[in-house]
Design a protein around this ligand. Sequence first.
Ligand SMILES: [Zn+2]
Length: 67
Amino acid sequence: MAQAIEKIRKLFSLDILRCPADDRGELELRTEDVRCRSCGRIYPIVGGFPVLIVSESRFEPEPGNNL
Ligand SMILES: [Zn+2]
């Protein structure tokens, strides 16, 4: 898994991965998923590669929202 993350990190360093939902959202690589800093969508990492498909994304509950 660490090697896969390193591969993804290289892609991120090339700045070619962008959020497909808003077209220019900067993506943040996390341990097991990828989060868009712009719209907050979270994309899964499957097989060591981020799945940047809007229909596969989800939203994280906002911190402080006690629903
Ligand atoms: Zn986005």
